[in-house]
Design a protein around this ligand. Structure first.
Ligand SMILES: Cc1cc2nc3c(=O)[nH]c(=O)nc-3n(C[C@H](O)[C@H](O)[C@H](O)COP(=O)(O)OP(=O)(O)OC[C@H]3O[C@@H](n4cnc5c(N)ncnc54)[C@H](O)[C@@H]3O)c2cc1C
Length: 376
């Protein structure tokens, strides 16, 4: 009898959890190791709305828009309702700009994008009164662009569901930090505090921690960490159908079911891997959110979340095989849109490992640009 392929996934954020979910449905022996400390996925705000971004990078847009479009399939594969789920729901998104001229310019871009991305849904410029009808906490004079396909996702609930379902398909799951080494016969060894195990295939879905995992193999990785903080509030309101609010600046407002509402997030390049909440920054963000949604004054703060985003020097994500290391795969550099693109990337990693055609061309997200041999 031939032995099943042994696959280790390192990192249980959105990329690793999605890859584990799809790989566990095949005839492989799959194991997931996740430290969890600083994880971006469980700290994330949860906005899925790439079409109204002003970013010009075509490959990024293709990945993020396809990633957003992939969510309904993922929910279906998980057996989740598309209309009533605490995990993911298309509640619409409202984007604000400094003035009406810029808002109209954005509408033009969005209408053009609608031609190739029907998942944007209905697009409309809404008056303050119309905004208030959708988001009752709103009290400001600005108009906004509404996209009905905008969605919110709870990263923690999503990864929990993906991992639980993968476990029911036989996934082995270890909540611990590991290191990696390679053998002469192109196999890889995962080392925990207590044991070492050899695998044929390894996937490193470790976000901002990829440089430290690959350094022992003599590889240098173009990834830097960025600290992100947000505030979790509770309001005595039923908000499960309220849209996501994206004002100009950092203070997005994301309502969830059961009275949960998020305000965030910061983008702190000098924060690196630090996970200490800083009251000043959080208070400022909350004040700015209260300026446009005064009803937030009545909310109770229920938590603060801090996570680490991973950025490459040109802000582009990458995924695929690590050069010169057959059967060693990775994905990183998802930046501030990884909840949007992460599930599709996890799905594509499972396609690559299974020898299937990928949803997008890998050559647009080349690993070799970001991972290089350290010259001695
Ligand atoms: C505050 C904040 C708000 C955000 N908001 C949004 C948003 O609204 N929309 C959006 O699309 N994106 C958002 N993002 C970005 C998004 O969260 C990330 O891009 C995405 O979650 C990255 O997923 P990942 O799986 O690559 O990495 P991560 O989620 O960081 O997962 C990596 C995992 O690997 C583990 N790990 C690392 N090293 C090891 C090791 N040696 N052994 C074992 N495990 C290890 C880590 O502990 C972690 O659990 C936000 C991020 C932050 C921080």
């Amino acid at each position: 009898m031939t032995q099943r392929k042994r696959i280790a996934l390192v990192g249980g954020g959105i990329v690793g959890a999605t890859a584990a979910f799809y790989l566990s449905q095949k005839n492989y022996e799959v194991t997931l190791y996740d430290d969890g400390v600083g994880q971006a996925t469980s700290a994330a705000a949860g906005i899925i709305c790439p079409w109204l971004s002003q970013r010009r990078n075509k490959e990024w847009y293709q990945l993020a828009s396809k990633g957003a479009a992939f969510y309904p399939q993922l929910m279906d594969d998980l057996g989740e309702s598309l209309t009533h789920s605490d995990i993911y729901q298309q509640v619409g998104a409202l984007v604000f700009k400094k003035n009406l001229g810029l808002l109209k310019k954005l509408e033009k871009t969005a209408l053009k994008r609608l031609e190739t991305a029907s998942e944007i849904g209905e697009l409309a410029l809404l008056s303050p009164k119309e905004i208030k009808a959708k988001f009752p906490l709103y009290d400001s004079e600005d108009s906004a662009l509404f996209a009905s396909g905008g969605a919110r996702v709870d990263g923690s609930l999503l990864t929990e569901k993906l991992i639980t379902q993968a476990q029911s398909n036989g996934l082995g799951y270890y909540s611990e930090k590991v290191t990696l080494s390679s053998t002469n016969s192109s196999e890889y060894v995962i080392h925990t505090k207590t044991h070492a195990k050899t695998y044929d295939t390894v996937v490193l879905a470790v976000g901002a921690w990829l440089p430290e995992l690959l350094a022992p193999l003599g590889l240098n990785v173009d990834i830097r960490p960025q600290k992100g903080q947000l505030i979790q509030l509770h309001l005595q309101e039923e908000m499960s159908n309220w849209p996501v609010i994206m004002p100009d600046g950092e203070k997005d407002i994301i309502p969830f079911a059961n009275g949960k509402i998020i305000v965030g997030a910061t983008h702190e390049n000098d924060g690196g891997y630090d996970l200490t909440p800083t009251t000043e920054k959080l208070e400022l963000m909350l004040e700015e959110a209260i300026d446009i949604a005064p009803g937030l004054k009545n909310a109770t703060i229920t938590g603060i979340r801090v996570g680490t985003r991973a950025y490459t020097s040109d802000f582009a994500p990458f995924f695929g095989v690590v050069p010169e290391y057959p059967n060693l795969f990775t994905a990183s550099g998802l930046g501030s849109s990884g909840l949007t693109s992460g599930p599709l990337i996890g799905h594509m990693l499972s396609q690559i490992i299974s020898g299937e055609a990928t949803d997008l061309p890998l050559s647009n997200y080349p690993v070799e640009h970001y991972i290089k041999k350290i010259r001695t």
